[in-house]
Design a protein. Structure first.
Length: 279
């Protein structure tokens, strides 16, 4: 059954469009800072124009209930990070621990429908983008939520989306731009400076190799590529680090797709995981 989404209230807190960015992820929030607030109360609060502290989200979710207050084509103000706002679809979850399972079931169905429209977007907790505890009790349940969204709920949503889209063909995924400068690639730590492994600081690509919230270096681009490979069914850990597992997977993937088998993730191997069919 398709989700029924209440769009009767629209937020005044958003920026038109996406500032030229592509939608790349879904960010999960909870309204734990407003414990005791009703679904309707949060919808109203996120929609109302205020002079200061204006904030919003695309969706508000409680068990069996979804409100959309910002269009997916527009930027909601939820993540405390401009680029993350421009590249995210944001979802606010009901913080009631007694109903957390039911909230996740409804959210999983919404995610499945979003992915049917936008491709296989990864899930992030709000705290990935900003120093916050959000999404609180859901922080450690995003893998579970992801699995639910890919499971039965997802199949149901996909058939609904397919029926709704009628004759529209499935969208081809477009690969995000290769994140590294010309001549650089993701490769082993033992390589030259052009070989970005994520294990150590690389002053040539300061926006790609960054410090995680566990205070360790990792590559954002490599992590994105690994996440996409994982979503395609490969056994790979999306940790933003180039190690033996990633090298093995890269070489196998390159063989499968008739790419140059060198173990390096350059522009061609980068793009292929989005543009090449899975089988
Ligand atoms: Zn949040």
């Amino acid at each position: 059954m398709a989700l029924s989404i209440d769009t009767s209230i629209r937020s005044r807190n958003y920026a038109r469009g996406r500032g030229g960015h592509r939608i790349r992820h879904i960010t999960i929030h909870y309204w734990g800072t407003w414990v005791g607030q009703s679904h309707e109360g949060i919808v109203e609060w996120l929609s109302k124009w205020r002079l200061r502290g204006r904030t919003s989200a695309h969706y508000v979710v409680s068990p069996g209930k979804v409100s959309q207050i910002v269009s997916e084509a527009d930027t909601a103000w939820a993540n405390g990070n401009r680029t993350a706002n421009q590249e995210s679809i944001t979802i606010e979850l009901c913080p009631d621990p007694a109903r957390a399972d039911a909230t996740l079931v409804t959210c999983a169905q919404l995610i499945a429908e979003i992915r049917a429209r936008h491709g296989d977007l990864p899930l992030y907790p709000h705290k990935h983008w900003y120093n916050t505890d959000c999404p609180g009790l859901f922080t450690n349940r995003l893998d579970e939520l992801d699995r639910m969204a890919r499971g039965r709920v997802a199949r149901a949503a996909r058939s609904v989306a397919a029926a709704t889209a009628a004759s529209k063909p499935a969208p081809n995924l477009t690969a995000p731009a290769f994140p590294l400068p010309s001549g650089f690639y993701y490769g082993p730590r033992r390589g030259p400076a052009q070989s970005v492994s994520g294990h150590v600081r690389n002053t040539r690509v300061p926006s790609d190799v960054v410090i995680s919230r566990w205070n360790a270096w990792y590559s954002k681009g490599l992590k994105l590529w690994q996440e996409r490979m994982k979503a395609r069914g490969w056994k790979i850990t999306p940790d933003g680090l180039y190690g033996p597992e990633t090298e093995r997977v890269v070489r196998q993937f390159q063989r499968n797709k008739h790419l140059v088998v060198d173990g390096k993730i350059g522009p061609a191997t980068w793009a292929a995981v989005w543009t090449e069919p899975v089988k």
